[in-house]
Design a protein. Sequence first.
Length: 568
Amino acid sequence: MKEFVRKLSMVTFETKYYENDYQHILQGDRLKKMIDYCRYDFAKKVVIINNVADRNKVEALAKNCQSQGTIDTYYFVDDYADEVLKHFHLTKESFHGGYYYSIAELVGLYLCQTPYLLHFSSDSRLVRPASSDWINQAVEMMDQDHRYVCANPFWADRAPNLNDGFFSEIGDWFVGDGFSDQCYLVPTKVFKGQVYGERHSAADRYPRYGGELFEKRVDSYMRNHGLWRLTHKEVRYTHQNFPQKGWRPKVKKVVSTVGGWKYRLAKLLPKVPPSAQALAEYRKTIKVYDVFIFFNELDLLEIRLNILDPYIDYFVIVEATQTFSGRPKKLFFQEQQEQWAQFKDKIIHYVVDDLPDSHDELRQRLNNPELSSLDREIINTCLTSDNVPAGQTHWLREFYQKESMKKPLTELRDRDICFISDVDEIWNPFAHFDFRADGVFKLRQDMYAYYLNNRSSESWAGTYVTKYKNIRNNSLNHLDTPSKTKYRYIKNGGWHFTNLGGVDRIKTKLESYGHQEYNVESIKSQISSKLAKNEDFIGRQFNFWVDESNLPPYLIDHKDQYRSLFKR
């Protein structure tokens, strides 16, 4: 296999391994293939050894690789960790659980003696031998423009495009934000500097199990300083977890053709779920939006923002100047937005100030030649949908406001993810579903009434989540209607906290929302006694009981702060 010519001794190849994967790297030909597939004459080839049980055994294997010429040298992280932490002005505790995920990366960079370092995680490699002199190209581009501080192949065996999270392209390269520790080619002078002490809100998308990860810190530094990464359009790498005990072995597909149909035996086997790492890597290419209707529930808004902040890119808060029943309404969020200053960079606040009074009013609006195409689409949907009973303007206003949630979303990309709900339906960020998949997911949520810990027997599936491409030309109300949308239901999907805040808050809700059939004195007069008996105030046969076993950790940790919302 012919290698691309190295112009100068510019690049060191480096990979790392741990107790669970060293055998896959140091035995067999995987390490050799990792290096050979790059088709580059590296100045030095290095492995970083971290957190292994039997140092002597692992070192013997590393020496064997060295004697065979596969690598030039190896380093044990423990031998350099203190020196490296001191150099970067870091402490072990500052990683908040992410030390072992990050220290090997820092040791590799600290010990690198060439201007550039190419790093592969132990379970990553190029899909096939490089078809392009991508390493020399990247080095030249980073030398010429210091805004480029990272380069990598594309992370899947398919053709990339601008929708994968990039904002421009130059020749064979896409340009974008972000950083991944699976594969990176970086200038060591930059990465040996003091770049690991900054924070950017976008870096919160990285997995929390790793604490303050190396890659999270790099991503923050790059975003804070307007630095970019280059991603090659043709050269691809793959990342696959090594097999673990008890895991289903990979089965080769057996394909036969009968009458033009293909039958794959492998389809009969259980699907292997995507790894957490694969999902985390995909997550870096998209944005996640939490989109919800807000009325006056300031306490629930505070709870929602704190629970979901680490997992989303933007909150989209949609607030109207009227209630669904037609009453004027204060803009509660807008009036108290200083209370949410810590989230301001993530909040998109959209005000709906044109709720209709009738179907006829909407028909009149259609005569306006300056009406936007989206407004026209929303009005036509309101006028033609059988979700809106004729003559019932409270349902018309609710339908219209929910359709208007599309207006602040027009700049989203098709692959971006939207969670759509009311403010009191808080989705569980740890619910298990593959957000790479198409379709609409409906989240089954635990129901709580009157208090945060007052569990209800009512079954509830509230929040739905889907890609923006499924929203763009669709009705948000219809996507929330089981008879009009086929869902994939997700269990343990979150929490619905309904009718919190006491008698007066419940009365205000009844006088304001769509179900005006409940806005009658015979129901409102019984609210106080029904709450005292812990019964449904409408008269439905639901059971209620105190249960805190499945509440979000944030609520348990801040129980004193919300003491008035807990049932004693």
